[in-house]
Design a protein around this ligand. Structure first.
Ligand SMILES: NC(=O)c1ccc[n+]([C@@H]2O[C@H](COP(=O)([O-])OP(=O)(O)OC[C@H]3O[C@@H](n4cnc5c(N)ncnc54)[C@H](O)[C@@H]3O)[C@@H](O)[C@H]2O)c1
Length: 369
């Protein structure tokens, strides 16, 4: 996360609401004043956790309700409200919207590409029914809705380089199909019911703190952990597979700028890009810091199943409309992203070692016994 909250520059009067201030944690206390207030946001899923923290620093802890069907980290739990919410259950979601008087939903819950490919039926339910529920709630309760799409919504017939916002989209993965369904349905609700639907096609997202969620770009996170812990990485993609990527802090900043933009934007869905690289280029950048790091690639005769997915995606995106319409600009290129990832993961490893060597550590006690 950025050292200073992204926050205050974003608090434009147009984003304030003329109702009440924050509700107390886990209560449904009725309104006590008519002073302008911040929007109340429900976030589903947990790529969201950094976003939740930023939104809480902007709008107050109790105005941002995090949710998932999995337990939250201590960090997320203690920084504000967290509720169980199964996105496939409309009534459960509606109850949260009503109880917490939600204004905006940031909808992150989804099954990612590799996981979806292994369980298409579940991916259809979570990604399509889940989104339809959120969209219908947005219509009924007049909510703003932000739901990320992905480079996976493109397909093998899409132009591969500098792919524009509007182009051929014939995805051949279940993940891509569900995300294209999301884009089109969101646009339909925007046109037909004036739902304020916003979406950006994320590239692969890199974070030192969040474990990869089963996507095809996961190699670009795993590689750092293996480089530091083992000095070697078995990459599941070919060395020349070029994919668009982004550091998580940039993704959060771009998402918030898009989400809070005070007026409706000309498009519902935007490409969002930062940097594109291959496993080989990433390896060379890591080797500048860890010269002994080595990598191996799959036998081309026996590619991993994720290679076909990666080959169907663009190598780079044209995101000029996002830059024009809501001021998108990345801060992390390949060099500072690699340095930041290595520094953060090294700090995690050092902390683990220090904890293991502490006299009260169970590992230390077991070795002494
Ligand atoms: N991580 C990336 O590189 C990337 C790239 C492009 C787009 N995206 C999009 O960003 C969003 C978040 O991705 P992520 O990396 O955090 O994925 P993730 O797999 O880490 O998290 C998805 C979350 O959805 C939750 N979930 C699953 N089923 C659910 C249900 N029935 N009800 C409620 N929650 C449920 C999971 O518990 C999980 O916390 C997704 O919409 C994804 O498509 C991510």
């Amino acid at each position: 996360m950025r050292a200073t909250p992204l926050a205050l520059k974003h608090i434009h009067p147009a984003r304030m609401f003329s109702v009440m201030p924050a509700l107390a944690h886990n209560t449904t206390t009725p309104p006590t004043t008519t002073a302008p207030r911040h929007p109340r946001v429900l976030v589903t899923g947990q790529l969201g956790s950094g976003l939740v923290k930023e939104l809480r620093s902007m709008y107050g802890r109790d105005n941002v309700v995090a949710s998932d069907i999995r337990k939250a980290s201590d960090d997320l739990m203690t920084s504000g409200p967290f509720v169980y919410a199964d996105v496939m259950n409309y009534n459960m979601l509606e109850r949260i919207v009503v109880d917490w008087r939600i204004d905006w939903i940031v909808h992150y819950s989804a099954l990612l590409s590799a996981v979806a490919e292994k369980n298409p039926a579940l991916a259809l339910s979570v990604n399509m029914t889940g989104f339809q529920n959120v969209l219908e709630l947005a219509k009924v309760h007049r909510l703003r809705i932000y739901s990320p799409s992905t480079i996976g919504a493109f397909g093998p017939s899409t132009p591969k380089n500098n792919t524009p916002d509007l182009t051929i989209m014939r995805p051949n993965t279940i993940y891509g199909i569900t995300k294209l369904h999301m884009e089109l349905l969101g646009e339909y609700y925007r046109e037909k019911f004036s739902v304020d639907f916003r979406s950006a096609r994320y590239p692969g997202i890199l974070s030192a703190d969040t474990p990869p969620g089963g996507g095809t770009t996961d190699y670009a996170v795993d590689i750092f952990h293996h480089a530091i812990r083992h000095g070697h990485y078995n990459c599941f993609l070919a060395k020349d597979t070029r994919l668009p990527m982004m550091y998580l802090n940039d993704c959060i900043r771009g998402t918030i700028d898009h989400l809070v933009h005070p007026t409706p934007l000309p498009q519902s869905v935007y490409n969002l890009a930062a940097v594109s690289f291959t496993p080989e280029e990433l390896t060379k950048e890591i080797q500048k810091h860890l010269p002994h790091f080595t990598i191996s690639y799959p036998d081309p005769a026996h590619p991993d199943f994720r290679q076909a997915i990666a080959d169907s995606w663009p190598a780079s995106l044209d995101d000029s409309h996002a830059r024009r319409d809501f001021g998108w600009k990345e801060e992390f290129g390949l060099e500072n992203m690699v340095k930041t990832m290595l520094d953060k993961i090294q700090a995690q490893v050092d902390a683990e070692k220090a904890a293991a060597n502490h006299p009260d550590s169970p590992t230390k006690a077991a070795m002494a016994a």
